[in-house]
Every structure is written in structure tokens, then in C-alpha cells.
Design a protein around this ligand. Sequence first.
Ligand SMILES: Cc1cc2nc3c(=O)[nH]c(=O)nc-3n(C[C@H](O)[C@H](O)[C@H](O)COP(=O)(O)OP(=O)(O)OC[C@H]3O[C@@H](n4cnc5c(N)ncnc54)[C@H](O)[C@@H]3O)c2cc1C
Length: 431
Amino acid sequence: MNLNIPDNGKKRIVIVGGGFGGLKLANKLKGSMFQVVLIDRNNYHQFLPLIYQVASAGLEPSSIAFPFRKIFQKRKDFYFRWAEVSGVDSDSNRIQTTIGELSYDYLVLAAGTETNYFGNKNIEDAALSMKTVEEAMTMRNVILSNLERSLTSENLKEKQALMNIVIVGGGATGVEVAGVLSEMKSFIIPNDYPDMDVHKVHIYLIEASKKLLASMSPHASSSSEKFLREMGVNVVMSTMVLDYKEGKVILDNGMDIPTKTFIWVSGVSAVSFDSINSAMLGRGGRILVDEVNRVKGINNVFAIGDVCLQTEKEYPNGHPQLAQVAIQQGNLLSSNLKKIEKGIQPTAFHYRNLGSLATVGRNKAVADFNKLNLQGWMAWIIWLVIHLRSILGIRNKVVVLFNWIWSYITYDQSIRLIMAAKRIKRSKKCS
Ligand SMILES: Cc1cc2nc3c(=O)[nH]c(=O)nc-3n(C[C@H](O)[C@H](O)[C@H](O)COP(=O)(O)OP(=O)(O)OC[C@H]3O[C@@H](n4cnc5c(N)ncnc54)[C@H](O)[C@@H]3O)c2cc1C
């Protein structure tokens, strides 16, 4: 019962998800009047902005993933449980998880998003997504093994399909993956695969709208497109992917592209929970919350980060799904929960936009800060510094910095391993 968490008389806050928002909240509640329980389906926090570098063999998974038990070592009144939360029963103040039920006084849903395939089963079955470190490792394995197989395939059509890489979605992730794979094509494939005709490796980036990086400034959109075209990426704009059939990506302009490396970074939807019904959800399946992140209609349940939809004057359709929003909401909610417990009026959330960045390749990035738009080398340096500062742990900062300097000097990445791990099944025994 209660996942072996003792009842010590303190009020219990259960946080579902230790991503950017959940982790910030759990950290800020250190030494508070609450017992804090963090539940996550992974036993680690992942730094999603650099996941594409794992997918392209530039970084080891351990450089961007941090075990919760290490982050919270020796923390008093804190419990971590490795489990997936499936449902919320707000009448009895209990949640259902893969390892049993748990009661709460306050519940905070911070479970983020999942890849959205818009109901297309063919695409879901065939595509590689990039929402977790595990998925990034799968992508690395598929890219590398397809290159290996292309060398020995005697069927010319299959050979070409193994050398075509199709990325769907021209947001920051799509742009970053396209950029890093085109650098791999230019600097690594010719050395690693001297018997391969590198000109036959084609990278396509398909975007449904008229611009890349739609949430950024027009400068950022046009510069990123220009950079990618210069780097040899086939950027296909204003084109929708309709399906994936018989090994081909089918486009709405009548074209199809045969590929065995089909990367889908085109959309996300919020993680869903049983009994959070559709009346409580907004666009993208995001849970509707009020100005203090309280789930509409439930007094002691809150949602923060990507999973929630909160509007304010400047953001009538909700905040962008970005790490800073989740971090700032987690930060404010920690003090609001203390205020609510003391009977003080909680403070309304206001998002402070610190700017947005995306990198395209070496010396090439785009950055929007308030009224300042930067492109090229300066934006790239700012991108490097901000991301390095944000990674958890001194060891990881050093490892990532070393990897970046090494690959900058040598034009090489060191982790080109095809190495699949078997997933451990979660069971009641592994709580
Ligand atoms: C590839 C990629 C690159 C990105 N790059 C940037 C960037 O450069 N800058 C930026 O600002 N934003 C970026 N983002 C967006 C940013 O990562 C998100 O906005 C941010 O992670 C949201 O934080 P969160 O706490 O809401 O959710 P997340 O960080 O996604 O965390 C959710 C947590 O909940 C856990 N979880 C999910 N479901 C369950 C469940 N049912 N039970 C238990 N645990 C569960 C997950 O394991 C995870 O640990 C990127 C996103 C992706 C996917």
C-alpha cells in the first residue's frame, strides 16, 4: 500500500514526471513542510535539447541523462519511485501507477508530451521519433546500420532507400537533426566508408508550412533554411507527409521518397491520464490550468510545463512548449504550494521570455532575444554556452565540453557504435 512510503504526518506532494518542470519543483521544495514523492517512468532526468547529438553519435547517452537517485542523494522527506502513472482519482486523492496506488494531499502533473503521429498507424510503426534518450539511441543504431547495409545491398532501389534520410518537421529539432546529419555526411561518412559514394546519401527535411522554425523570428526562419540548403540538405517546404507505404514516404505534392531512415519530429501531444476527461483538455491534449497552474475544477491538483495549457494576455493560445516555461512554472509553484498551505493567496504565473535559440551546424545558429536577432557564429557561441551551463553535473559539463572541442578540432565524433540494449520490464518488484 502507498508504494512503501511512510506516513510521517507531513502533507504529501506527489510530482508526476521529473523533467524540467518537475525537477525544478522537487528541488525548490527541499527543506519545506512537505513530504515530496517524485514518480517517473525513467529512473533519470533527460536533457532533451541535446538529445539529437546522441542520435547522431556526437554524445554518449550518459552525458545528457542524470539518475534521480543521485540528484536527490541524502535528501530528507523525499522519495523517488520508478513507475508510470496511468490515472488520477481526484475524489479519493489517489493515483494509479504500474506498481500500485498512492495517496496524495497535493498532486502535480509534470509529465510533458509524447510524439504525435496524428493517428497514422503506418507512420507510427515505421518512423523514428526523438522524445527520449532511448529513442535517440535507436535512431543512432538505425542510421549506422542502414549505412552498413547499403554497402552490401545488391538491389539498387533498396541501396538508395538505405542511403536516403527523411526528416519530417521543420521545428528546432528537425532543423538540428538535419544540420548534424549533413555534417556527418560531409566529414565522417567519406572517412568511415571510403567505398561508399557519399553523393548518393540524400538528406530531406520536409515541412508542411512556409517557414522553418515557425515559432521564431522571420530572420531565424530564413537563415536556418539558407544554412541548411548551403549544407546540402534538400529542404522541401509547404509539403505535407500523407503516409508511409511500401518503404516510401508519400508527400501531398505527388512525390514519394523511398527510405529506411524515416525520422518523425513533426508534432507532440500532452501525456494523458485516465479520468482527466476531454472537457479538461485544450489544444494538443494539454490540461487546462488557471493562472496558478491549478487544474480547472480540482483544488489540490496542479499541472506544469508542456502537459498544461495556461493562457495569459501575451499568450492567448497558451505558452510555447519550452524548457524555460516548465522551469519557471515549477519554480513559482513551489512557493505557491507553501502559500496555499499557510492560507495565503498564491501568485499568478507570468512567463518571462529569455529568448530562443536553435543550432544548424558548426558556427551556424540562430537566436532571438527580445529585439535582437542573431545568426551565425555569435549565435552559435551563445547556444553552446547556454546549453553547457544548463546541463546538470560538473562531470557531464566537462564531458560534453570535451566532446564538442574534440569534434570541432577533428571534425569527428567518437561514438559511432551500433549497440542495442534490451529494455528491462518494469514490474512490482522494481519499485
Ligand atoms: C528533441 C527535443 C529538443 C528540445 N529542445 C529544446 C530547446 O533547445 N530549448 C527548449 O527550451 N526546449 C526544448 N525542447 C522542449 C523542452 O524539452 C520541453 O519544453 C520541456 O522538456 C518540458 O518540460 P516538462 O517538465 O514539462 O516535461 P519533460 O521535460 O518532457 O519531462 C516529463 C517527464 O515525465 C516523465 N513521464 C512522462 N509520462 C509519465 C507517466 N505517465 N508516468 C511517470 N512519468 C512520466 C518523463 O519520463 C519525463 O521525465 C525540446 C524537446 C525535444 C523533444
